[in-house]
Design a protein around this ligand. Sequence first.
Ligand code: GAP
Length: 585
Amino acid sequence: MSDAQTPSPIPGTNPATPSAVPGAKSMDAIMALCKRRGFIYQASEIYGGINGFWDYGPLGAQLKKNLRDAWWEDMIMVPCWGRKGPDGERVRCVPLETRIIQHPKVWEASGHVGGFNDPMVDDKETKGRFRADHVQGIFEGIITVTPEEEAILEQHRRQVVDNRTLPIKTVVASTPGEAVTLLVNDRKLQKQIGLRSFQTAAQGANGNYFWAMADWGRGEQMVLVDVVALDILKKDSARVPSPFTGKPGSLTEPRQFNLMFYSFVGATAGPEDKVFLRPETAQGIFVQFKNVVDTTRIKVPFGIGNTGTSFRNEVTPRNFTFRSREFDQAELEFFCHPSESQEWYKFWRDFRMEWWQSIGLAGENLILREHDKDELSHYSIGTSDVEYRFPFTAPGFGELEGIAHRGDYDLRQHQEHSRTKLEYFDTTRGETLPNGGKRGEKYLPHCIEPAAGLDRGVLAILCEAYTKDESRPSPEFLKLHPRLAPIKAAVFPLVDKDGMPEIADKLYDELLAKFGKVGLIETDAKQSIGKRYARMDEAGCPYCFTVDGQTVQDQTVTVRDRDTGQQTRIALDKVSGFLSEKLGG
Ligand code: GAP
């Protein structure tokens, strides 16, 4: 790589953040820790793995459960921490659990059979395959930049994107930010596409595109990294350079590929027995809307929450668990009167952002981004994404949760396809009757949908928590929020003798009885105390209690704080109270 100076930021753009360069959090290091400490394993690893599928080890399974429980508690049991909604009333939500396999007509009505497609491109030479909307192009840029040229640069970018200029090179990445990270860090890719040096100069708003200095052997030139418009691939695929070889001539035109997995129900397995594995948990809620209204006393506005596994046959699963073929979602469909839907949309968008912050994703790595009109799904009146700056998307961001205003699209579709009336009769609305009551109003409620991915949530939490500090005896540790930490506390005897193991055992029993239902409590008498602390640091355990020689004398133990490494002494009989306070109750 060139060691040329990073060019100064371009006016009107943000300087490219340091996370785009080596030295920022390394995804490889995070993945290695996840494996080493039993958070995440490759599925079927002993058979060579299966692309797009991941298993959770003991700590990962508990971490993911804690995340799901936190969602369940704050969205369903005490929605929005007991806050009132824009209507001045407490937010009300109920749970639901629906099946992975539904009647196939559900997916016709929802639009998934006809429209849940990704455009796919094949490279005839290498047999590589990728999503057409995941091709980032490196386009010729402007060589010198002065403040006056800011407008020219933006104009140039629009020309590149709108006039379908052909890229010089291409990379498979879901965002320009991810492309930049690959171009900076991936030596194999650099060699493959003949790149001698690459340095980011500046990024557009939220990392939507980047300016960089690049050299393909003709000296450094300024380039633009931006998505390759689908139109270019449709009309000019033969002239677009392959992301695998760097040469044009081998790419096919994009073909639509439906992402739903399917199977057959029953022994005959004929075409009429074909069923789909759900690509989202949301539709289960819409098709049970009427039952929930008819069998409970819940009234609009209210939400129905559903969590569980969804399947998408992603063309290019990538970036660890970020884009998997099997993953878990936590979705809420919040039904309200159409006239109040905009206020509820804003309410949920803001609460969801606050919620992710409350469990440890605070800071500049988390943003709330409103979609542009041309990004909206067919059903959506408005969508915002909570986005996290993952190490592989940095300096850009990747979606963690989408909050969509779906209008009455889904209930209307299911009403039409099932020929079942799904309108809601609202007895609090309509004209006032002589007796002071209301005539009532029939309507299809509008729906606000905060749709979170639990696997992406776990990944973001792990990336954010991962901390490297070479000055510590345990240089890698996970700063997990105590609410999410899979191990809540560890109890160690300093040495395995002199009465210490007995006291440690008693303390362990006490903590297990009190906290064992909210998380794991560990004890370990083997290895040096430093190694035991290091192990707990990597597991993200917030507190270690150590029984030492002094404990035997004065009934105090040391408590070690994971984040600072500092130890203080507290009375043995105060340990439970201390931990309870730290874990929030
Ligand atoms: N019901 C709306 C819906 O499913 P989505 O944006 O397609 O919306 C919601 O999915 C969330 O599910 C995403 O924000 C993401 O966290 C997660 N998700 C979607 N596809 C995923 C995949 N292939 N791998 C892991 N998580 C995924």
